[in-house]
Design a protein around this ligand. Structure first.
Ligand code: C2E
Ligand code: MG
Ligand code: MG
Ligand code: MG
Length: 292
């Protein structure tokens, strides 16, 4: 955090800052061998249709459990991995693991299942991103239409034209694209419409107090209207209560994700959730893709 003050900001040193710096350094060292020591795992959180209540798919969320640091939040360690470049091998591992798992679940007969994987800004700009995604799909046998990539706006700010062309190349592989954490950046309608997104995800900070806070209710509603006008589907993140789900359904939000339905779960605990939804109809979108 101290960095954010910038070069010309005068700061007092405090023991707290030393502790922060020491933790960061420790995390950075521990992160280097984390994959090899099998400290990483992928959890899955269901994404639910607000119409039918059925599971449409799940988001893959990375977890890191280290003997010294315990469970470290991805908000903390992904920022470090972004800076030192470790996000590249880690991100590829997450993608491969999530695709493998999803393929295995689909082979059990859970055909319409789709998985959403987060791509950080640095991953998005890595030169061999397209080849990497294509290889992982080929190796795991997961149909491209069953993979969704979640990207946040900060991946785009540097060079919008280049970002649009990377997104188009990804779309040509047949994968779906979602704009994650919508509402937290500067995205305007004009900006979003330049990108070939399939879905926007309304950030949980607007969903959290959607019932009590009329401003956030208005923002969420506007985001839904915008998505619909652009023919995008729209998912609300962080839905924790029935009242929130009802509000969103009333505003014609398509889908939701949140503790109301389930926390992110390790694969073995997620499987029983899937078995309860075995008779899902095949998505229209997937049928369309099969024809093209
Ligand atoms: P995100 O992609 O926006 O993921 C949603 C976050 O909201 C997850 O936090 C999830 O556990 C949490 N969440 C879901 N439902 C609820 C709810 O009802 N209430 C509340 N309060 N929270 C809920 P998590 O797993 O800690 O991940 C945080 C962020 O770290 C993610 O935000 C994503 O930006 C990043 N991240 C996680 N896994 C990966 C990964 O594999 N690769 C990359 N590049 N980033 C990742
Ligand atoms: Mg996400
Ligand atoms: Mg999000
Ligand atoms: Mg987020």
């Amino acid at each position: 955090r101290a960095k954010e003050g910038g070069r010309n900001t005068f700061r007092f040193y405090s023991p707290e800052m030393d502790a922060d710096a020491a933790r960061r350094l420790g995390l950075e060292v521990a992160l280097r061998g984390a994959l090899e020591r099998e400290e990483m795992s992928v959890y899955y959180q269901p994404q639910i249709s607000l119409d039918s209540g059925q599971m449409l798919g799940m988001e893959a969320l990375l977890r890191w459990n280290n003997p010294d640091f315990g469970q470290v939040s991805p908000l903390e360690f992904i920022a470090i991995a972004e800076e030192n470049g470790l996000i590249i091998p880690i991100g590829e591992w997450v993608l491969r693991t999530a695709c493998q798992q999803t393929k295995a679940w689909r082979d059990l007969g859970l055909v319409p299942l789709r998985v959403a994987v987060n791509l950080s800004a640095r991953q998005f700009r890595q030169p061999n991103l397209i080849a990497m995604v294509r290889n992982v799909l080929a190796e795991t046998g997961l149909p491209a239409a069953a993979l969704e990539l979640e990207i946040t706006e900060n991946a785009f700010i540097d060079d919008v034209d280049q970002a649009v062309s990377i997104c188009r190349e990804l779309k040509q592989l047949g994968v779906k694209l979602s704009l994650d954490d919508f509402g937290t950046g500067y995205s305007s309608l004009a900006y979003v419409s330049r990108f070939p997104f399939d879905k926007i995800k309304i950030d949980q900070s607007f969903v959290r107090d959607i019932i009590e806070n009329p401003v956030n209710a208005a923002i969420a509603t506007a985001a839904i209207v915008m998505a619909r006008s652009l023919n995008l589907s729209v998912l609300a993140e962080g839905v924790e209560t029935e009242a929130q789900a009802k509000f969103l359904r009333g505003r014609h939000c398509d889908s939701m994700q949140g503790y109301l339905f389930s926390r992110p779960l390790p694969a073995d605990q997620f499987a029983p959730l899937l078995l309860g939804t075995k008779n899902l109809p095949i998505f229209d979108e997937e049928r369309e893709h099969a024809h093209t």
